[in-house]
Design a protein around this ligand. Structure first.
Ligand SMILES: C=C(O[C@@H]1C=C(C(=O)O)C=C[C@H]1O)C(=O)O
Length: 381
């Protein structure tokens, strides 16, 4: 018969062992402090992957069975990760220069020059007007890349671009351009997208045979179009450009799906308002600048990084947010050029570059990821 061991007795034993583990953990961390001091002095990196791999190999070999070998690997991976985080904490505690400069507010000393994506009457134009809400000098550029270029060469102080839609998700090209150009996000703004059917002033709903719009807008209004059989949808460059086309062609059978703002801009009649079936449809826009700056009290940070193609690397990177109690609000990935099935990650999280927890997390990610970049620190909408 198996001898029954008293539960309390086993728990007492576990308590005794755990006490030793805690004491050994603390002793180990004290030594990590010395290691950090050495690294600060010599400029050596915190992460030493070779040393960690060697340690895992040796420790694993000490364990007597497969279950324990696996457990020891997991346990020491975590212990060494803690030891690194402790070292980052010690390193970031000192006074060091912030990656972006803090400013009180947007530079309003002179008339701001702003470049806006698309043509007049667009949702981007609406985002620009609502965000700046002041006297600005603006002009338009037809592609995302041109906006980036204009900012890069300093022809405008700020640029406005769409980055994400609630129905269709992130705009991939923008993420790639944020990496290609050394521009920074200084603000964001959300516009509720309400589509309307527009026609020439003398047109009636029954006259419309062809409906021009951006493919996304046609999709957002597909139920309306399905219930109006006499209308054929035709894909066009953008919603505002469709309105422009209807105005230019002067053909009573042509309609455009665009905003009421575009109707005013191109002197068209609103034949029907709110024809998109998803009522919460909104687009998020970013305001970019060449200056490495962030506005005081900014509370959202965007970063990007690449990861080594190995098990647990994303988990390891995200552990810096968890450890520092930072709230991650978004993650996107984009394929890495020339590296099949490897990715660059874009992460948004709440925080300000001056906060110790943010400094700590960013130091860790910067050291442990490849191609780390801060894309901006700005006010969350
Ligand atoms: C403590 C060190 O820093 C890091 C943490 C390690 C650990 O806790 O054992 C090992 C290597 C480094 O990635 C060190 O370099 O020895």
């Amino acid at each position: 018969m198996v001898k029954m061991i008293d539960l309390q007795q086993s728990r007492n034993e576990i308590d005794r062992i755990d006490k030793q583990i805690v004491s050994l953990f603390e002793e180990r961390m004290e030594i990590a402090k010395d290691v950090a001091a050495y690294k600060i002095k010599t400029g050596k990196k915190v992460l030493d992957k070779e040393r960690e791999n060697e340690k895992l190999r040796v420790l694993q070999a000490m364990a007597s069975n497969d279950f324990n070998k696996h457990g020891i690997t997991e346990l020491f991976t975590q212990i060494m990760s803690m030891s690194r985080k402790y070292q980052y904490g010690l390193m970031s505690a000192g006074e060091q220069e912030l990656p972006l400069k803090e400013i009180e507010s947007l530079h309003r000393d002179k008339k701001m020059k702003v470049v806006c994506f698309g043509v007049k009457g667009s949702y981007t134009e609406q985002a620009m007007e609502e965000y700046f809400n002041t006297d600005i000098e603006c002009f338009y550029a037809p592609t995302f890349k041109e906006i980036m270029e204009v900012i890069k060469i300093g022809e405008a102080d700020y640029g406005v671009l769409p980055i994400e839609n609630t129905s269709t998700g992130g705009i991939a090209d923008i993420y790639d351009l944020l990496v290609e150009y050394d521009n920074y996000i200084i603000g964001e703004h959300v516009v509720k997208v309400q589509q309307a059917l527009l026609g020439l002033p003398e047109a009636k709903l029954e006259d419309i045979k062809k409906v021009y719009s951006h493919p996304q807008a046609l999709m957002q209004c597909s139920k309306f179009l399905e219930s109006h059989h006499h209308m054929s949808p035709i894909e066009w460059l953008s919603t505002s450009d469709s309105a422009k086309k209807v105005q230019e062609d002067q053909d009573i059978t042509q309609g455009a799906i665009a905003s009421v703002r575009a109707a005013k801009c191109y002197k068209l009649k609103v034949l029907k308002e709110s024809i998109n079936h998803e009522n919460t449809n909104s687009t998020r826009f970013i305001i970019i600048t060449k200056k490495k700056e962030f506005i005081k009290n900014a509370n959202k940070i965007s970063i990007c990084f690449e990861l080594p193609h190995e098990s647990g690397s994303l988990y390891n990177m995200l552990s810096h947010f968890i450890y520092n109690n930072l709230n991650m609000t978004k993650i996107e990935s984009r394929p890495l050029e020339g590296h099949a099935f490897e990715y660059r990650f874009f992460v948004d999280f709440t925080g300000n570059l001056k906060e110790p927890s943010v400094k700590n997390a960013l130091l860790g990610i910067q050291e442990e990821a490849i191609g780390f970049r801060i894309l901006g620190n700005y006010h969350m909408v």
